[in-house]
Design a protein around this ligand. Structure first.
Ligand SMILES: Cc1cc2nc3c(=O)[nH]c(=O)nc-3n(C[C@H](O)[C@H](O)[C@H](O)COP(=O)(O)OP(=O)(O)OC[C@H]3O[C@@H](n4cnc5c(N)ncnc54)[C@H](O)[C@@H]3O)c2cc1C
Length: 388
């Protein structure tokens, strides 16, 4: 991506963010799904930021995409999660593992917002260990027949296409591009969430669901590798979004602490309030460094797909960035709530909303615990992998 295209993209992201803010705030307070993210994403051409231009996207490198998501993350984890579901784990597996025909069939439509994307790996009985999945497939002629339930899927209730993982008769996992409009597809929005009311999370069931053979993604039996590979872009997107949350918490806290007076002066002049401001700034600066390092590692790995060392480095840095960023964002939101005092503990103000929403970032795309095990195994050696 050249410098002029990069600058234009980040300008479009800024304009999108300014337009979405009042809409998302109203939706949040009214506790309803924000149906304007898609049309505004389309208006500013943001529905395929890293997708190559030949398939209708903006062709952004990982560092630029991370900067875009960090800006979008300031608007809230709900808004950013739409982009993660649609692009980072929805379009990305087709970008990386799709055939040229699959790319032509899905990516331009997804970039135009004609097809909303999602990623269906988690099931009621298979979360941290996706290999325990119960969704099955079998081949019948020129079709695959899928049966089972997927749970807690971002965009799952609004998606036209879901990258879906199922186990075959041989016990190996395969990935499928599932169009959701056929008979045998049932879905239900999950509304009893602690946060992110403006974002869609759903479960869906496939009942003898027919998927054309040409919608197998990658080689049969290679689905687990595709799922784990996709988590690299997914984790990067979460980490970048968390950076945005931290930046917004910092901006809000600084503004509020300068305006609010107690004990005869701005609360920003009280040293214990300054401790919170310094804490959020440290969250910001450490997270930014790690997110940019991880995104640069992803760019390096993408530039040399056969280089296993670069691929492994991108994978561990994405996990480390996500683990750090999600905890730093949780800390920043907690501190911002404290700076706001009683007003902080309210969904009428941004810190309280960030606190409720960003908590999920320590759970999805790999929980804190799973990522710590991954980091420890990276340091100790593969033979110490505790989850095996
Ligand atoms: C809002 C939201 C959106 C989501 N979006 C998607 C999506 O788009 N697509 C998708 O496929 N999934 C999605 N998920 C699912 C998410 O990835 C899972 O919730 C997550 O992987 C954890 O799985 P689980 O909930 O089954 O928890 P479990 O795996 O049951 O874990 C419960 C607890 O046990 C711990 N634990 C489990 N195994 C170990 C171990 N070996 N060692 C130590 N601790 C362990 C976990 O860390 C956790 O603390 C979403 C979830 C939420 C809440």
């Amino acid at each position: 991506m050249d410098q002029a295209s990069r600058e234009q993209l980040l300008k479009d992201v800024e304009a999108f963010c300014q337009e979405i803010r009042p809409i998302d705030e109203l939706c949040y307070v009214e506790h309803r799904f924000n149906d304007q993210v898609l049309p505004l994403g389309r208006k500013y051409n943001l529905l395929g930021i890293p997708v190559p231009t030949e398939y209708g996207g903006r062709g952004a490198d990982a560092v630029t995409y991370a900067r875009a998501l960090a800006r979008i993350g300031q608007e809230g984890t709900g808004v950013r999660t739409f982009f993660s579901g649609h692009t980072s784990i929805g379009e990305a597996p087709i970008m990386y593992w799709g055939t040229p025909e699959q790319k032509k069939r899905y990516l331009p439509a997804a970039c135009k917002g004609e097809k909303i994307m999602a990623f269906g790996l988690t099931e009621p009985e298979a979360g941290s260990n996706p290999l325990e999945m119960q969704m099955t497939y079998e081949r019948r002629g020129d079709k695959f027949i899928l049966n089972g339930v997927k749970y807690l899927i971002s965009n799952g209730g609004i998606a036209d296409v879901i990258i879906t993982f199922a186990k075959g008769p041989h016990g190996r996992v395969s990935a499928f591009i599932v169009d959701t409009r056929g008979p045998g597809f049932a879905k239900e929005d999950l509304l009893a969430k602690c946060g992110m009311p403006t974002s869609n999370t759903a479960m869906f069931e496939l009942n003898n669901y027919e998927v054309p053979a040409e919608n197998l993604l990658g080689e049969e039996g290679n689905g687990f590798r595709i799922a784990m590979g996709t988590l690299v872009t997914g984790r990067l997107s979460v980490a970048a979004g968390c950076l945005g949350v931290i930046v917004d918490c910092l901006n809000e806290s600084v503004t509020y602490a300068r305006e609010r007076h107690q004990h005869g002066k701005e609360i920003a002049r009280h040293q214990l309030v300054q401790e919170h401001i310094a804490g959020i700034e440290m969250d910001r600066v450490t997270t930014e460094a790690l997110v940019l390092q991880a995104a640069a590692a992803k760019d390096a790995a993408d530039a040399a797909p056969a280089n296993l060392e670069l691929k492994n480095r991108a994978e561990i840095l994405a996990a480390q960035a996500k683990l750090h960023a999600s905890n730093a964002a949780w800390d920043a939101a907690d501190r911002a709530v404290q700076v706001f005092g009683g007003r902080g503990w309210s969904t009428l103000y941004r810190p309280g909303r960030h606190l409720m929403d960003v908590r999920v970032c320590r759970i999805y795309e790999g929980t804190d615990e799973i990522l710590k095990l991954k980091v420890a195994a990276y340091v100790l050696g593969k033979e110490y992998e505790a989850y095996k």
